[in-house]
Design a protein around this ligand. Structure first.
Ligand code: GAR
Length: 214
């Protein structure tokens, strides 16, 4: 990539991960957040984007609109920014296979669990109910099967006996803010890729639990 890597972030809510990515890109010459798209007009992340003078768009679903129709409008909004990387940061919609395949290898997501554990919703409560000793977050490439693409980086947190889902979510969130900007930076530096369903950093295959330095 000769120019800066153009990143578009998709959000639905608070946008604390968006903020961490904006802050993380601030000091890099390789990566720039050029747009933020929300499916919800009141997402606080849109205000965060305005504060950083980043262009925003809202693609609000119509009643009775099919997933394919919505995704076609989302794709049109996204492609205006000519993104090199699409970052899902708390974007709470399931995407159609067609959409995912269009951005294959160029779209990443953060999920609040140690994948492959707990794809889908209520991950913190499920970890508590399973009496897990540890929990965490995963950054992964997006593939058509929900929350199942190759993992790039994970962060683990301990789980304590008196944890509530809210307390645990906060502990995980803090780690998300550390790992997501790092992965975006790796992509911007051209170090990260996906080939045949596997993630690579510096041309070395990343293991199933994400990158782990020796
Ligand atoms: C994050 O915890 C992220 O892992 C989760 O939504 C939150 C968004 O927080 N994403 C998912 O659950 C996707 N399956 P934020 O808006 O403060 O970044």
């Amino acid at each position: 990539m000769s120019q800066r890597c153009r990143v578009v972030v998709l959000i639905s809510g608070n946008g604390t991960n968006l903020q961490a990515i904006i802050d993380g890109c601030d000091d890099t010459l390789t990566t720039e957040v050029v747009g933020v798209i929300s499916n919800k007009p009141d997402a606080y992340g849109l205000i965060r984007a305005h504060h950083s003078e980043i262009d925003t768009s809202c693609v609000i679903p119509y009643q009775q609109e099919s997933r394919t129709e919505y995704d076609a409008r989302l794709k049109a909004a996204l492609d205006k920014y000519q993104p090199d990387l699409v970052v899902l940061a708390g974007f709470m919609r399931v995407l159609s296979d067609e959409f995912v395949n269009h951005y294959l290898g160029k779209m990443i997501n953060i999920h609040p669990s140690l994948l492959p554990k707990y794809p889908g919703l209520h991950t913190h409560q499920r970890a508590i109910e399973a009496n897990d000793a540890e929990h965490g977050a995963s950054v992964h490439f997006v593939t058509p099967e929900l929350d199942s693409g190759p993992v790039i980086l994970q962060a683990k947190v301990p789980l304590y006996a008196d944890d509530t889902a809210e307390v645990l979510a906060e502990r995980v969130h803090e780690q998300e803010h550390a790992i997501y900007p790092l992965v975006v930076k790796w992509f911007g530096q051209g170090r990260l890729s996906m080939k045949q369903g596997k993630a690579y950093l510096d041309n070395s295959e990343i293991g199933p639990s994400g990158y782990a330095p020796d």
